[in-house]
Every structure is written in structure tokens, then in C-alpha cells.
Design a protein around this ligand. Structure first.
Ligand code: CDP
Length: 220
């Protein structure tokens, strides 16, 4: 990475608001935005579509390393198909936390993520942005929120897309996914030692964005 490229990492558990906040910060600062979760979702969607067994680590690595998604004006094309919404279903979310635990899959997606760091800067969101992919980042954030609040946020997201949401099932799914993300051997979900922690349970998007921009002003 060039020396002049500034990097802000935003990690945290499922539905902690990382994506919305990261996109907003990138917009405010004129930086690029990397949604690393989308890459894991794409690899998983592709594996499901190809009928790849989710316990076949080598086959999953091949699926991830040979994919060539196209990001175009807010839409994602994969193998000629518009998968923008298809990678966001709960079925894909659940399977993704299994596929993301495979070291070969993480290796396959590493360079793709590093290449997203372009001038003037990058805001990267995920689970291991501050710990593994961009350990040299200028500012590292770790967002949390209670499981109940996160399930409610995810429910509202699904309902906004015209889908129904079972809040109890969502809470169970989120907790199960977080457990798998935290307990995996490779790049587990955890704050970098130098990350700033923010519990967003009782904060709105605007308040979180403002807090992070204040931290960025202090960090520069
Ligand atoms: O939107 P949400 O927070 O629910 O999920 P996401 O950020 O799209 O990530 C989906 C899944 O991908 C997570 O549950 C992780 O298992 C995996 N992931 C990962 O392992 N490493 C990343 N840097 C980003 C996502």
C-alpha cells in the first residue's frame, strides 16, 4: 500500500451498524469503502449455487479464489447474475459464517481486500480489518450493541426490503453467528489492541458517525 493512503477500519459483530456507518464516513471523507463481508457472502452464495459441500475446505477455497465479482453503481454482479440482494438473505448469512471460518477462503480474499486501499483513503468494515487485513490502519474502531438491539436493526432492514422478520429467530441466528465468528481459530472477531470501542445500543446513526469523525480528527 502507498504510504499516503489513509485507512480507517470498523469491525464488530453482526448488525452492529458497521456497514451504514462505514459508508457514511467514507462519503464524508471522500474515501473508498470496502464491505469485506460482501466478499465472504459472495464466495458463500457461489458455493451454495454450485452445490459445493460447506465442509469441503479445498473446494471452498477454489470457489473463492476463482470468483470475479463486478461492483457497479451500488450493484454486485457475479457470474453474470445480479446478486446484490441475494447475498443478504438469512440463509446466506448463516452459511457465510461457516465458509468464513475456512483459512483457505480467507487467504483467497486477502489480496482482493488489500487492493481496495487506494488514495486518498479507505474505510473498511468487517471482522478482522483492524487485526489482520489492515493492522497498520490510522484509526481502528470496534462497534458493539446488545443482541436485542442488533436483531431489531436487522429486522427493520429485512422489513424495509418487503421481507418478514421473526425477531426471536433473528436474535438466535445473530448470537450463533457471533459465537462462530468469535471462536474460529483464523482471524476471530475481536477488537485490535489499539481499537477504540463504541457501544451503539442507545446511539442513532448520526451520533455514531459524529463520534467516529471526531476520533478521526483527533487521530490525524
Ligand atoms: O451485515 P452483517 O454484519 O450481518 O454481516 P457481514 O459483515 O456482511 O458479514 C457476514 C459474515 O461474513 C460474518 O458473519 C463473518 O462470518 C464473515 N466475515 C468475516 O469473517 N470477515 C470479515 N472481514 C467480514 C465478514
Amino acid at each position: 500500500m502507498e504510504q499516503s493512503v489513509r485507512v480507517i477500519t470498523i469491525d464488530g459483530p453482526a448488525a452492529s451498524g458497521k456497514g451504514t456507518v462505514a459508508e457514511r464516513i467514507a462519503h464524508e471523507l471522500g474515501f473508498h469503502y470496502l464491505d469485506s463481508g460482501a466478499l465472504y457472502r459472495l464466495a458463500t452464495y457461489r458455493a451454495l449455487k454450485l452445490g459445493t459441500p460447506l465442509d469441503d475446505a479445498e473446494a471452498l477455497e477454489r470457489v473463492a479464489s476463482s470468483m470475479a465479482p463486478v461492483f457497479e453503481q451500488g450493484r454486485i454482479l457475479l457470474d453474470g447474475e445480479d446478486v446484490t440482494l441475494r447475498i443478504r438473505t438469512e440463509e446466506v448469512s448463516r452459511a457465510t459464517s461457516r465458509v468464513a471460518a475456512v483459512p483457505g477462503v480467507r487467504k483467497a480474499l486477502f489480496d482482493l481486500q488489500r487492493r481496495a486501499a487506494k488514495a486518498p483513503g479507505l474505510v473498511a468494515d468487517g471482522r478482522d480489518m483492524g487485526t489482520v487485513v489492515f493492522p497498520e490502519a490510522d484509526l481502528k474502531i470496534f462497534l458493539t450493541a446488545s443482541a436485542r438491539v442488533r436483531a431489531e436493526r436487522r429486522a427493520l432492514q429485512l422489513e424495509a426490503r418487503g421481507e418478514t422478520a421473526d425477531r426471536e429467530a433473528l436474535t438466535r441466528d445473530l448470537e450463533e453467528r457471533d459465537r462462530r465468528d468469535r471462536e474460529r481459530a483464523e482471524a476471530p472477531l475481536k477488537p485490535a489492541p489499539d481499537a477504540k470501542l463504541l457501544d451503539t445500543s442507545s446511539l442513532g446513526i448520526e451520533e455514531v458517525v459524529k463520534k467516529l469523525l471526531d476520533w478521526w480528527d483527533e487521530a490525524r
